[in-house]
Ligand binder design. Structure first.
Ligand code: MG
Length: 392
């Protein structure tokens, strides 16, 4: 075998399976397109395989829509249509690699496992030096039992069991033969097809980060395993607003109605505090300002309750895959005194945005009787919003 080390390494191709619709997971779109740390789930595996210098060619098996939504294909990659079953999808990819030699190595990976790292690829390719098929496996940590309806049955010995992950690695010729001879069966696993030829399948240590995305709650597990929280960027926006005080109008500040001789004048309810907050959030999103989304010229916003504007801004944060980190609002008023209402305003803002009150700060100041606020002609508000957004 010492001579083999002098031979050039076998070329390596990859098949990335992203054909499933993921409907059982309860996602609104195919699960391989769910955003994980700001990029589609399937993009994680695509980028990891493309970044591996040994992998020179790849086939993405995905519908046209899914492939388009995943973004550009890396150099050396092509896309092909999925089949009705997983086995047919692999067969389609093998057909796309028909000019590759049997001696080449092939990695077959499931896009629903985004946590692909170089170390597991290293172990798989190293094991192919002395095997024609290799799969990554992990031990079973939980006690397993036979289920007899709603009753617990006997314990199944764990030491004889292992959890199978992907990528699975093969000599290309062996995988081709397995698919040719098993055409028409519905294997869920390429290694089982290869075993049915009588070819031994070796195992290497898998990787906990190769956790499979099956259910919606797996997104939180994957976020933790892959550390995507670290990949959020902080965006800060500021908002400023002023409204004129007039006699005999209701006074709304920060979503709270405050008893006072004067109220604020404006097209909506003129809640100066919520307007400043709305603009701060839109500013952090780079999404225009309150007037762009709720034009004063539009009669439907006449007298509107401003909590709708703030709730809209909060929905825009969520729609961008972000979350509100912190809000800091300062009310500038000579009268009435805002201090006694600060806690109520803080709680109301948290309620409108459905965030913990601990992420909201409300402060108040006067201007020492100077300027328009000091002369009680109007009330001003300033706000700063800190938003966590996915890294672009
Ligand atoms: Mg305003």
């Amino acid at each position: 075998m010492s001579e083999s080390s002098a031979l050039p390494p076998s070329p390596v191709a990859a098949i990335l399976l992203a054909g499933g619709q993921g409907t059982r997971a309860g996602f609104a779109q195919p699960k391989q397109l769910e955003s994980l740390g700001g990029k589609p789930v399937l993009r994680w595996s695509l980028d990891a395989l493309a970044a591996d210098r040994r992998v020179s060619v790849g086939v993405l098996v995905a519908s046209h829509d899914v492939a388009a939504a995943a973004g550009f294909l890396p150099k050396g990659w092509i896309a092909t249509d999925p089949g009705a079953e997983r086995q047919q999808s692999v067969a389609n990819a093998l057909a796309a690699l028909s000019d590759w030699p049997d001696e080449a190595l092939i990695l077959v990976h499931d896009a629903a496992r985004p946590g692909l790292g170089a170390a597991v690829i290293d172990r798989l390719l190293a094991a192919l030096d002395s095997a024609d098929a290799v799969i990554p496996v992990l031990p079973v940590p939980d006690t397993l039992i036979e289920a007899e309806g709603a009753q617990a049955g006997d314990v199944v010995p764990r030491d004889r069991l292992a959890r199978v992950q992907t990528p699975q690695a093969f000599r290309l010729g062996v995988l081709r033969r397995a698919h040719t001879e098993a055409a028409g069966s519905a294997a869920t696993d390429d290694a089982q097809l290869v075993r049915s030829l009588g070819v031994a399948v070796a195992t290497v240590e898998g990787d906990a980060r190769l956790h499979k995305l099956t259910y919606a709650e797996d997104m939180a597990i994957l976020s933790g395993l892959l550390g995507v929280r670290d990949m959020m960027r902080a965006a800060v926006g500021m908002g400023y607003d002023v409204h004129r005080l007039v006699e005999g109008k209701p006074l709304w500040i920060g979503g709270i109605k405050i008893e006072h001789s004067h109220g604020l004048e404006g097209h909506s309810d003129a809640d100066v505090g919520l307007h400043a907050l709305t603009d701060a959030i839109l500013g952090a999103l780079g999404d225009g300002d309150i007037g762009d989304h709720f034009p004063p010229s539009d009669p439907q916003w006449r007298g509107a309750a401003s909590h709708r504007f703030l709730a809209f801004a909060g929905e825009r944060v969520a729609a961008n895959g972000g979350r509100i980190g912190h809000l800091d609002l300062t009310i500038v008023a000579e009268a009435p005194r805002i201090g006694p209402h600060r806690v109520a305003i803080r709680n109301r803002i948290a309620e409108i945005l459905a965030i913990p009150a601990g992420r909201v700060s409300v402060k108040a100041t006067t201007t020492e009787r100077l300027g328009f606020t000091g002369r009680r002609e109007g009330i001003a508000a300033q706000a700063v919003a800190t938003i966590q957004l996915p890294e672009i």
